[in-house]
Design a protein around this ligand. Structure first.
Ligand code: ZN
Ligand code: ZN
Length: 230
């Protein structure tokens, strides 16, 4: 149970890391000198030019355009002039100074996303715990109900040897009223309990503590008790 919850947390954390990864810009190297435009349009205002070999963070916008921060402003470059940059090649001296506020906004968004995901995970765990607690409570309540019933209900099963009437009483019932003999002749079968037994010969069904006595079955001779699944 607990191991399962941990696995779920790890899975969700991996998912959020992937999400954060996807949302971030990556560093690329300019393979030509690249013009930085104010909008995703070759005819837009020219903000400046990146020298060949410049390494800069580019957020891909679509097949053609990527977003960069250039001299503190948002600009757009054509993706085709960039190559993948191995992380070892990143060098502070050639990298264009990133805009501090833009960087901060991005990491704030990342934090919000992360906080949201962590919130969802905590919420799911709490819900799971509550459901588990409630089901174990209802099991406990059933057991308690049974104990209550046992306390106030008669304790023993009796069966008449002549008319096979079966009753639950605290002690042997009165003898009057047998329709097969002048008097009932009561025989104690078992103590009341949680386990169910069925006689295969006479179909008497009892809730008992231990297997009932075998004597005096209506079907002749002995009862044949079979324990039933709960
Ligand atoms: Zn009887
Ligand atoms: Zn029987």
């Amino acid at each position: 149970m607990i191991r399962k919850i941990y696995l779920e947390i790890v899975f969700l954390l991996v998912c959020c890391l992937c999400l954060l990864q996807g949302a971030s810009a990556k560093s690329y190297k300019a393979i030509e000198s690249v013009q930085v435009m104010a909008e995703q349009d070759v005819d837009a205002k020219l903000l400046g030019t990146l020298k060949k070999g410049t390494i800069i963070d580019v957020t891909p916008m679509n097949d053609r355009w990527g977003k960069v921060t250039f001299k503190g402003k948002t600009g757009y470059v054509t993706n085709q002039y960039f190559d993948d940059v191995p992380s070892a090649e990143i060098d502070e001296s050639t990298a264009v100074e990133p805009d501090a506020t833009a960087k901060k906004e991005l990491s704030d968004n990342d934090k919000k996303l992360l906080a949201f995901i962590v919130g969802v995970i905590v919420f799911l765990i709490v819900i799971k715990r509550v459901l588990h607690y409630r089901s174990s409570m209802s099991d406990r309540r059933k057991a308690a109900d049974f104990e209550e019933e046992k306390k106030f209900q008669p304790k023993f099963w009796y069966q008449c040897k002549h008319c096979w009437v079966t009753v639950r009483r605290e002690s042997a019932p009165i003898s009057e009223g047998c329709f097969n003999a002048p008097d009932h002749d009561w025989f104690e079968l078992a103590e009341f309990g949680k386990t169910r037994y069925l006689c295969k010969k006479c179909s008497t069904l009892l809730n008992v503590r231990t297997e009932p006595a075998m004597a005096h079955c209506k079907g002749g001779e002995m009862h044949v008790w079979e324990k039933l699944q709960q």
